[in-house]
Design a protein around this ligand. Sequence first.
Ligand code: AQP
Length: 331
Amino acid sequence: MTRLFSGIQPSGELHIGNFLGAIHNWVELQNTYEAIYCVVDLHALSGDFDPAILSERTLTMARHLLACGIDPDKSVLFVQGHVPEHAELMWIFCSVTPIGELERMTQFKDKSARQLSINTGLLIYPVLQAADILLYKGEVVPVGEDQVQHLELTREIARKFNTRFGPTFPEPASRLSTAKRIVGLDGQAKMSKSLGNTIGIIESPESMWDKLRPAFTDPARQRKSDPGEPTRCNIFTLHGYFTPAENQNEIASACRGATIGCFDCKKILHKNMSDRFEPIRQREAELQSKPGYVVDVLEAGASAARSIARQTVGEVREKMGMLPCQTAGGD
Ligand code: AQP
């Protein structure tokens, strides 16, 4: 079976951008690939984080993934920080990664522009991402469009390492979902935890509505009587993922003919969206009542991940001519 790897940061709620862009795909793909999924807590350290809630957020993200349908009998699910080889391989990859490549990454430019003091972690984030994937020799990586540039760099790092030290790593391919870039409720930027323009998939229907109600729509529609253009409206785009096709056509005509207002259009979306996530919310509530189960899944996942990781790092160290340590590798 071809091996697949992907990760998600525990930097906030699992939102519909994460779900439609990546996690929905993860659940499907675990049936046909040897899937390894990771809650990337080390990556979360490169942004703003609160030490008082980081571990809780990590557990919550794992619980949400399980509620979405990640099945520990089909996939390895673990926490990045539980496998120290991620950091070791990242450091090794730093030695083959030109700094100029990192400085031109769009995500680095965007996120560093929002920070007064830019930490090094933000710059070398894509090197850690390359290490995450290549530690497991992952060949396929399901991600949203925002990560495609990082994946290209991962391929380049694999190529550079292989050229210098001999064939070791595959060049992984990104696997995009049909919802590769979900726009946030501001109607402008990518839906993103750090931009606060998200709707979480586990939120109560009431809380979903509180966020959806003021969401940005077609600016031409100041009043209900103003005809709109659905293709300019992010709410209509979201209908595309939650509303049956025949109803979408009705909504589009009603919007163009000004027979439905944005409020009613959002109400329909809210109902369909919240119905879609109801079974996931229920599973999440069940999992909340057995916290030991989530911890056990993550422990077993880390143990499975560690045995692959140690093998890869052993091979890498040997190829790079590093002195082996006879006592290394014990728990
Ligand atoms: N808006 C989006 N549309 C489609 N896919 C998306 N993803 C994230 N946002 C969207 C995909 O979700 C996976 C996990 O992402 P992540 O949380 O590890 O990092 P991210 O891409 O940086 O997500 P956020 O929400 O923007 O987090 P912050 O603000 O903390 O950086 C990835 O596959 C991503 O492509």
